[in-house]
Design a protein around this ligand. Structure first.
Ligand SMILES: Nc1nc2c(ncn2[C@@H]2O[C@H](COP(=O)(O)OP(=O)(O)O)[C@@H](O)[C@H]2O)c(=O)[nH]1
Ligand SMILES: [Mg+2]
Length: 295
């Protein structure tokens, strides 16, 4: 079983590494990258097995994982801030990550961030984010109803170039509540919607979750307006995945680009650039040089 199931790769076997690597290079091209080597037994004899992939295949993987650069300037011509919303299952880390994004200096260059929450149903949902906002002196708005969106955005617009929107989780048992906050999010019309999910999730479940947060054309649940859906993946809790094995596979399975990852509970410290980290988890530098000496 390969550790990199979603990265197209070929296996090569032989008596010694340099000859196997040579064969891989002749087959896959000069920019071949070795993903993995191991020793196996064939008819009782030890053999070297190399898992390798071509430069072109890796470029495709890198492209699929990497988010486009943030627009500059972040504000639109009409002065509207750049809006990033976080959606995803309860407990995934949305509120914590929203605080990190808004509080951490440099996440958006020198831009000033504000916070807006739609999570008004759960006891403590507002307080959790309000506390971070207060500690870091970040403008904070609570929206209970779609009618309040405009006024809240106007207030934030006065001082903020970027607005981070926190949302409740989507729970199948509470489809009515889900429909309400999704409608509010539609009114906000975020520039990016990041699907937040723990990195330890199984790739097949990740795909199910992604489907539930995909853009919908019919509004779901008996019609209505279309809903904005996830445009990016934001994996959290990478610190809970030993050696970060498989995290790139989750991202490739979901099929959304990654701008950031979260790797701990500390606000705002535990936040990092996404794609380079995911590529590193499969042994590749962000600008992967052919790697002839696998670690
Ligand atoms: N280990 C770890 N815990 C995290 C991370 N992000 C969030 N958490 C924790 O996960 C729990 C749920 O986070 P929360 O932000 O409330 O999730 P939400 O329900 O999606 O808003 C909290 O205990 C967070 O401290 C992370 O990157 N690593
Ligand atoms: Mg929350």
């Amino acid at each position: 079983m390969s550790a990199h199931t979603l990265i197209p790769a070929e296996r090569f076997r032989g008596a010694d590494l340099s000859r196997v690597a040579d064969r891989a290079r002749r087959t896959l091209g000069d920019d071949v990258t070795i993903l993995h080597t191991r020793t196996v037994r064939e008819d009782g004899l030890p053999m070297v097995e190399v898992l390798a992939t071509s430069g072109a295949a890796l470029d495709r993987v890198r492209d699929r994982l990497t988010a486009a650069p943030l627009p500059m300037p972040l504000r639109r011509a009409d002065g509207r801030p750049f809006v990033v919303a976080l959606v995803g299952p309860t407990g995934a880390g949305k509120t914590t990550t929203a605080a990190k994004l808004a509080v951490r200096r440099g996440t958006f260059g020198g831009a000033r961030c504000g916070l807006l929450t739609l999570d008004t149903y759960r006891v403590g949902g507002v307080e959790q984010l309000a506390t971070y906002a207060e500690l870091a002196d970040v403008p904070f708005e609570i929206v209970y109803d779609a009618k309040e969106v405009d006024a809240a955005m106007k207030r934030l617009q006065a001082t903020c170039d970027v607005v981070i929107v926190d949302t409740p989780g989507r729970s199948p048992a509470q489809s009515e509540l889900t429909a309400r906050w999704r409608a509010m999010l539609d009114t906000i019309a975020p520039d990016e919607v990041h699907l937040v999910m723990p990195a330890s999730v199984r790739a097949d479940l990740a795909l199910d979750i992604a489907r539930a947060y995909a853009p919908s054309r019919d509004g779901g649940m008996g019609g209505g307006s279309p809903h904005v859906g996830a445009s990016h993946l934001l994996m959290t809790k990478l610190d809970e995945v030993p050696r970060e094995t498989g995290v790139a596979d989750v991202a490739l399975a979901v099929g959304l680009p990654t701008r950031w990852i979260a790797d701990g509970q500390a606000v705002p410290g535990d936040l990092a650039n996404g794609a380079p980290r995911l590529l590193r988890s499969v042994g590749l530098a962000a600008d992967a040089e052919p790697d002839w000496l696998p670690a």
